[in-house]
Design a protein around this ligand. Structure first.
Ligand SMILES: [Fe+2]
Length: 393
């Protein structure tokens, strides 16, 4: 049988990247190639103990690139931290950014870059294509396998006054180059491996069912799901399993390119809302929500959800009734996230019923909702949050 090929126009953007052990050591050469003289090294303070930012700094030193270090930002980076970082950038006379860490370091560096060039408050860039001038050169070295920020056209920053996460999106947010080195991910603790890995899984699933998907993003999303199903649990069981680590980092890269171009959906809209109001880990919020949103979305993309279920190990007859397929797919998602240690509902992490109206209101404002295959109402989103407060099945 011939597949139906989507012939509607779609654009695909991705930065230059190097994938493989030792990629980190190319930082100096890459920066020098971009004409960089003094880089602001934006690094997660938590990984300083593992030495990855220092190794990047040594590589930059060896190529004659000066560095200043900035680590004063949270795991959900805040607007005032970005503004403080842009002052450090200006005061030190920096001309480029090098991010070393997870999504927080990379999003923070992207945000510092556009603030420093455009001289506006970070909150003013909220939305799509609101950045007039691109930031200075940006190199990204991810040390977690999940965020995809090293290849994406998004930065997510917390507006600390409104307690919402704002999405800043556009081609100007894409890094100039990403150095994607599996060796840097061996120092992730098990819980972070699980949460970031389930974030990558959510990126791939949401890109696959997105109403902006394309043949190119489908290819990447399916392969990302297959890799995550094969490699997440081994990487959690044995942190030094380089096949597991490499498989997960590759999956994160594929999922990152898929979602950067096909965009996301209701899981991310609802997860951003939770992260803004309660400052919770992003990957954990996605993992808790994923099957509850899939239950709501299923009827809008049944064949695509069936593909996701098969890739996660669900078994069902191709001729099975839609309801039977749906339950098999949802069970595969639940089994997988539970095997990765996510067994709780939102209630258990402090989300009470009184917060649901505000959470749903903020989620409805999130641009990720635009590409969700089904358009929910305020009441629909509240009901999904309520379901996700409790564990089920
Ligand atoms: Fe995410």
């Amino acid at each position: 049988m011939r597949d139906d090929i989507l012939l509607a126009m779609r654009k695909f953007v991705a930065p230059e990247f190097v994938f493989g052990n030792g990629a980190l050591t190319l930082a100096g050469r890459q920066a020098a190639g971009l004409g960089v003289r003094h880089a602001l090294l934006v690094a997660d303070s938590g990984i300083m103990d593992f030495g990855w930012p220092q190794q990047v700094q040594e590589s930059l030193d060896a190529s004659g690139v000066e560095t200043s270090l900035f680590t004063a930002f949270s795991s959900n980076p805040r607007d005032h931290e970005v503004m403080a970082g842009s002052h450090v950038f200006d005061d030190a006379g920096c001309d480029a950014l090098v991010a070393v860490g997870g999504g927080s370091a990379m999003d923070c560096a992207k945000a510092i870059g556009i603030v420093s060039v455009n001289k506006r408050h970070i909150r003013e860039f909220e939305g799509v294509d609101n950045v007039e001038r691109p930031g200075p050169p940006l190199l990204c070295v991810p040390t977690t396998a999940g965020t995809g920020a090293e290849v994406s056209q998004f930065a997510i920053i917390t507006d600390s006054e409104r307690r919402v996460k704002i999405a800043i999106a556009g081609k100007t947010l894409i890094p100039d180059a990403a150095l994607i080195d599996p060796e840097t991910t061996v120092t992730m603790p098990g819980t972070l491996t699980a949460h970031t890995g389930l974030d990558a899984l959510t990126h791939a699933m949401e890109a696959y069912v997105s109403n902006a998907n394309s043949p190119m993003t489908d290819l990447l999303a399916r392969e990302a799901i297959r890799l995550i199903a094969a490699h997440l649990l081994p990487a959690m069981r044995n942190p030094k399993d380089m096949q597991g680590r490499g498989g997960m980092l590759l999956a994160s890269l594929y999922a990152g390119m898929a979602f950067s171009n096909a965009i996301l959906g209701a899981v991310h809209a609802m997860s951003h809302s939770l992260g803004g109001l309660f400052d919770l880990p992003h990957g954990l919020c996605n993992a808790i929500l994923m099957d509850h949103v899939a239950r709501y979305n299923f009827s809008a993309a049944p064949e695509r959800y069936a593909d996701i279920g098969r890739l996660l190990g669900a078994r069902f007859d191709a001729a099975a009734a839609p309801e039977e397929k749906k339950e098999a797919v949802l069970a595969a998602m639940r089994d997988f996230k539970r095997a990765a240690g996510v067994t709780m509902g939102l209630a258990e992490i402090g989300v009470g019923p009184e917060a649901l109206a505000q959470l749903a209101h903020n989620a409805l404002d999130d641009p990720c909702l635009l590409t969700n295959p089904r358009q929910p109402s305020q009441a629909d989103i509240e009901a999904i949050y309520e379901d996700a407060r409790h564990t089920n099945g």
